[in-house]
Design a protein. Structure first.
Length: 283
């Protein structure tokens, strides 16, 4: 019995130390071997709780999950508020870290004149962008989805970020999880379809990755309290080089979105970011 115990201990230490020493090599190997991605489309649905997706009428979103890697159980950061979590999607760090004006965002590490940022909430205007990023104020309507779609078809951008303020507005007005909330999710699903259709018509689909996420969920008309339904959000990633029908296991954070997008595009991840790339999503 003692002999087997010693063998187990030796094997455990060998596994741990070999894993620690090769973490960097493994990361480099994954990023080197993954297929080249030339376009990334990020769509953020403010107030989309991961727990509401299974009960929703969102066929496009669910098809993306079936054809990609996903989790509905990603934790946001406290407080479970938009001002803290929406910027964190782009900064890869909590708000106390990116108070400096020059703190790197996913935009600032992308050097491409076609990068576009569509957003509804004025606070996002403060995000550190690169000088080439084009900004557009939108709402959550079908017409705004068409505007983003038209830009994609005309410019074939490296990076397009679209932030819809729904279903958060409906959640605050009619309760998160209400019939009105679910109807809004169906409307947003169609907006996603419009954007995907533009990528197809632009001839970009084979070299594009889509990332769908949110900043928080909610319960009743609030999302500030530390309830699971408020703090669990989706991360759905599908497209070129991404595993199909893959459930992302283990702990994931909203802070992982930015470094994962950087990894998808083959960009160097800033050392200031505290999130980690989700390397298991790659084929």
């Amino acid at each position: 019995m003692k002999k087997y115990f010693i063998i187990f201990v030796l094997f455990f230490f060998l596994l741990v130390f070999s894993g620690c020493s090769s973490t960097g090599d493994y990361t480099n190997q994954v990023l080197t071997e993954k297929k080249q991605t030339q376009h990334l489309v990020l769509i953020v649905l403010d107030g989309l709780g991961g727990g509401y997706i299974p009960h929703s009428n969102m066929p496009i979103l669910k098809l993306m999950m079936a054809n990609g890697a996903s989790t509905l159980n990603t934790k946001n950061i406290k407080p479970s508020m938009t001002w803290a979590n929406l910027p964190a999607i782009f900064y890869g760090a909590p708000p106390d870290k990116h108070l400096e004006e020059a703190f790197p965002s996913i935009f600032s590490i992308i050097n491409d004149k076609t990068a576009a940022f569509y957003y509804e909430w004025d606070y996002l205007d403060k995000i550190n962008l690169n000088q080439n990023t084009q900004k557009f104020i939108i709402d959550s309507s079908f017409s705004s989805a068409l505007i983003a779609a038209s830009f994609i078809k005309e410019n074939k951008p490296l990076f397009t970020a679209v932030v819809f303020e729904e279903p958060d507005i409906t959640g605050h007005k009619n309760n998160f999880g209400s019939s009105e909330y679910y109807r809004t999710l169906t409307m947003l699903d169609y907006n996603i379809k419009v954007i995907i259709k533009a990528v197809i018509e632009a001839g970009m689909l084979e070299n594009t990755v889509f990332v769908i996420t949110s900043d928080h969920g909610g319960i009743f008309k609030d999302h500030s309290l530390n309830f699971k339904i408020s703090r669990r959000i989706p991360i759905i990633i599908t497209g070129n080089g991404i595993k199909k029908n893959y459930i992302i296991r283990g702990r994931t954070s909203i802070l992982d979105v930015a470094p994962t997008m950087a990894a998808i595009l083959g960009l160097e991840i800033p050392e200031q970011w505290t999130g980690k790339p989700l390397l298991d999503i790659f084929e």
